[in-house]
Design a protein around this ligand. Structure first.
Ligand code: PLP
Length: 696
């Protein structure tokens, strides 16, 4: 069992949310005011900058493509939170004014949401400006610092004092979206393009920063300087160490924990009110409120429990009740992969998105629509019907058919404005002979011997350019060893590239314009040595868009892609099978112990390989790996769930590809266990499977 380390970046959000609860409950207040001051005014001050950093980091990893979405999501969360706290505002007699709504948040903890709404566009703007951006964010932080824990000093300076007077007519504090958050969004973003830092120096940096912050806070408080105590000179340094340390452990994502942390943050003031109310009602104020530690220790689990309850309610709603087995598509991951790919390609090389085979089982229409919205203008499919389907779904860019098209379909090609591949000379002549203008790309065979006019037949290629009804808009070839790892594989790919480049030069020398040139598919991008520095007009990745590799072989230039697809199925039934009994077709499985068998409602008619369990295949149940046993049937498969602490129940959900709780099964691992590659595994996932498209 190869367990992935837990994604600590998102997990720490939960701890940060608990630190925020500490700020608002003062856990050590009734024991040692000094210790409480340190806990809530020094240590816990890492929480909010951390939220900003982790947002900045993930945004920058997606090339800031997700900024608008996060902004809208934050706006929605803020609107809901304003409503949620309205009763408390009314009860306390606090009117909700525009200063509260726009600047300070309508309840004490809600300031972060309007602050983030302001800081996101600022950081997005600054992120593109290099050093200027850092200078501006740093200066803003220093101004904020002067209005926060250094106010006793900075407020005395004539110019600054006047500035703060203006600032404080809008905000109650300078720890806001203008002065505090932009720097931390940028600091988080700065980690995205860097190699993962080493844990040890980061730990020392964090401890040193925290020590310095402690002394700083002590000195400032002794001298009576702070107006507020959210910002310190040493806070950015401390955060750099802390973030590096967490990233070194594991920089992955865990959305469930992220949502829980956000809910704990939003809900905890209501829990504080509830605990106080309950304490008064029960006559337990001495224990539940005045004992600060008990108070904290009750508020935290209550907030977490409430967050979980809310999540499980909404979680259940997203499970499609009528579907027995389905694919789940994460469009945010697709967008991120697209951005990464575009970044990996030279600026002059366009992205031709390969969405054949129903976008490798992901659903061609939602995938192509999403890509179109991201500005992709070139698509490739395998056959005519796939192209027509995209046109019917309003995909407007160029669509190239990579496979063979019956020449008699020339009028259909024209009607749907599709571009055909000329598979060989006879095919080209037959297409032209239909008498209607056809847009084509010429395939050149540089050694794969699949489709294409042999590169040596330059005269034939030139002749195709001259045919009356062919409009040659592109010339391309395909590498057949770019996914190999051996020297010979690479040498062959370089040889194909050389042949292709020479062919293009010969055509140009004859005064012919090859139009759009393209050679690389996914592995030609991952292994740039294959193309030896040559660049073309476009590249044709398929697999990489979907965030997976073919298998687990190493590549030269890996990309931090996110898998787009998860595959899930419901548990149809659960049986106890005594030791010695067999199960499934041919009784291929024999129980060696008393066994708990879960029957999943998915089988080879849904596109699963029939030998799924034969070489150690597993599925996730309750987040844990359970072996697939026996032969996969047409519509069901059997899973050994004996080792689960609680047996599964009918109707529950199993994960065949994707994440469930702490467990993750990658498509690469599943493909290898079935003796194939992800290209085949994914593209065969059948239309009988439901398709659940998520966009967050
Ligand atoms: C399928 C295909 C691609 C895409 O291949 P990936 O390895 O998935 O990137 C590109 N070009 C041609 C000709 C193809 O058939």
């Amino acid at each position: 069992m190869n367990r992935q380390p837990l994604p600590s970046l998102d997990r720490f959000r939960l701890l940060a949310a608990v630190l925020v609860v500490a700020i608002h409950t003062g856990p050590l207040g009734s024991f040692s005011p000094a210790a409480d001051l340190w806990l809530t005014r020094v240590l816990a001050r890492v929480a909010v900058p951390y939220f900003a950093m982790v947002s900045g980091y993930f945004l920058a990893r997606g090339h800031w493509q997700g900024t608008g979405r996060l902004w809208r999501h934050t706006l929605g969360l803020y609107a809901a939170s304003v409503l949620l706290y309205l009763p408390l505002n009314l009860y306390a007699g606090n009117p909700v004014g525009w200063r509260g709504l726009v600047f300070n948040g309508t309840f004490y903890h809600l300031w972060y949401l309007p602050a983030l709404l302001l800081a996101l566009p600022i950081a997005r703007l600054l992120a593109g400006t290099g050093r200027t951006g850092w200078a501006v964010a740093g200066l803003l932080y220093l101004i904020g610092l002067g209005g926060d824990s250094y106010y006793g000093l900075a407020g005395q300076l004539p110019g600054l004092g006047a500035l703060y007077e203006v600032v404080f007519t809008l905000w109650d504090y300078t720890r806001n979206g203008l002065f505090l958050l932009p720097l931390f969004l940028l600091l988080g973003a700065a980690f995205a393009p860097r190699p993962v830092p080493a844990a040890r120096p980061s730990t020392w940096l964090f401890l040193a920063g925290l020590g310095a912050m402690t002394l700083e806070s002590l000195a400032l408080h002794t001298a009576g300087i702070p107006r507020h105590d959210s910002m310190y000179l040493f806070l950015p340094l401390t955060m750099w160490g802390l973030f590096g340390l967490l990233l070194a452990v594991n920089g992955g994502q865990d959305r469930a924990v992220r949502r829980t942390a956000a809910l704990v943050y939003i809900l905890h003031p209501w829990c504080i009110v509830a605990v106080r109310g309950a304490a008064r009602f029960l006559g337990l104020r001495g224990l539940l409120v005045e004992n600060s530690l008990v108070h904290f220790a009750v508020v935290v689990p209550l907030s977490v429990a409430l967050a979980f309850a809310l999540q499980s309610l909404t979680g259940r709603r997203t499970l499609p009740p009528d579907v027995r087995a389905w694919r789940e598509i994460d469009l945010a991951a697709l967008r991120q992969n697209t951005a990464l790919l575009r970044d990996a390609l030279p600026a002059s090389c366009a992205l031709m998105a390969v969405v054949k085979a129903d976008a490798y089982g992901h659903g061609a229409v939602p995938v192509a629509r999403t890509l179109q919205r991201e500005g992709v203008r070139l698509f490739a499919v395998a056959c005519l019907s796939e192209g027509i389907r995209l046109r019917k779904a309003d995909i407007r860019g160029d669509i190239l058919i990579l496979g063979w098209t019956d020449p008699a379909q020339a009028p259909v090609l024209r009607r749907w404005r599709l571009c055909a591949t000329v598979a060989d000379a006879d095919h080209g002549r037959a297409l032209s002979a239909q008498g209607v203008p056809v847009r084509v790309h010429l395939a050149v065979d540089t050694g794969m011997h699949r489709l294409g006019i042999p590169a040596e037949e330059i005269g034939t290629l030139a002749e195709l350019f001259a045919l009356p009804h062919l409009r040659v808009e592109g010339v391309y070839s395909h590498l057949c060893t770019s996914d190999g790892t051996s020297q010979a594989d690479r040498a062959f790919a370089r040889q194909q590239t050389g042949t292709f480049v020479r062919t293009l030069a010969l055509l140009r020398g004859m005064g012919l314009d090859p139009g759009l040139t393209h050679l690389q598919a996914s592995y030609g991008i991952l292994n740039p040595a294959c193309t030896a520095g040559h660049t073309f007009g476009a590249a044709r990745p398929g697999l990489l868009l979907y965030g997976v590799y073919s298998d687990s072989n190493p590549v030269d230039h890996p990309l931090p892609l996110r898998p787009v697809l998860s595959l899930r199925a419901r548990v149809a039934a659960v049986h106890r099978v005594p030791a010695g009994a067999g199960a499934g077709y041919g009784l291929a499985f024999t129980a060696r112990r008393d066994t708990c068998l879960a029957v999943l409602a998915i089988g080879y008619a849904d596109g699963l390989p029939r030998n799924y369990g034969a070489q150690g295949g597993v599925v996730l149940l309750h987040g844990a790996r359970c072996p697939v046993v026996g032969r996969v049937c047409m519509d069901q498969m059997l899973v050994d769930a004996t080792d689960l602490p609680t047996p599964p129940k009918a109707g529950e959900c199993a994960t065949l590809i994707g994440t469930d709780g702490a467990g993750t099964l990658r498509a690469e691992e599943v493909a290898v266990a079935c003796g194939t590659i992800t290209n085949e595994l994914l593209s065969r996932l059948g239309s009988r499977l439901g398709l659940l498209v998520r966009d967050i």
